[in-house]
Design a protein around this ligand. Structure first.
Ligand SMILES: C[S@@+](CC[C@H](N)C(=O)[O-])C[C@H]1O[C@@H](n2cnc3c(N)ncnc32)[C@H](O)[C@@H]1O
Length: 181
């Protein structure tokens, strides 16, 4: 499997991550879920945040992240993440609905399931155990991921949600949302 190369979604999350990290303690614990190339983790590091755990389901990405000297775990969402709380969890997930025309090789990074939101919902359910009342999730998804279903499920899971940014692309709009317990 190839490593996902930073694209518009990565840059929109990166921009909001930089804003979020302004005035935060440098010692906060950060989990970068689905780190891929490591763009978000590198951003944290460049701003002086070194307590970052990177993860990916893709073994190639994990080797790459280790070569950049990040702590990296190969895992399907939180399966192999030790029991601990994070102050910040960032995730640019696979968020598109299944498209038979897309090559299997890139699907792992782009396709969130039949409807697009399946991995996101699993992530939000599993993330709760790793959050305190002060923690934040920065999550990206698309108008194609059925945002209303994601927001409704998140509310049922007792998350407070705030949309903080969006960007119009060719066939979709991408959003950044902040989640709190
Ligand atoms: C859209 S890419 C984002 C990569 C990078 N964070 C960025 O912003 O450019 C999604 C990443 O999530 C990883 N991924 C997909 N499913 C996953 C899962 N179930 N658990 C962990 N990582 C996953 C993919 O391998 C890919 O690296």
């Amino acid at each position: 499997m190839n490593i996902y190369q930073p694209a518009e979604d990565s840059y929109l999350l990166q921009k909001n991550l930089k804003k979020y990290l302004k005035n935060k303690y440098k010692s906060i614990k950060i989990l970068d879920m689905g780190s891929g190339s490591g763009i978000q983790a590198q951003t944290c590091r460049e701003l002086g945040f070194n307590n970052v755990l990177t993860t990916d389901i893709n073994q190639k990405a994990v080797f790459h992240l280790k070569s950049l000297n990040f702590k990296a775990i190969q895992t399907n969402l939180f399966e192999k993440i030790p029991k601990q709380k994070f102050d910040l969890i960032i995730f640019n997930p696979p968020y598109l609905p299944d498209d038979k025309r897309e090559p299997e090789d890139s699907k792992l990074a782009t396709t969130g399931g039949k409807n697009g939101y399946e991995i996101i919902l699993k992530f939000l359910k599993q993330a709760k155990k790793h959050l305190s009342n002060q923690s934040t999730i920065l999550l990206l998804f698309s108008s194609l991921s059925k945002p209303e279903i994601i927001k409704r499920t998140a509310k049922k899971l007792n998350y407070k949600i705030k949309e903080i940014d969006s960007q119009k692309l060719f066939f979709e709009k991408i959003y950044i949302l902040k989640f709190h317990l």
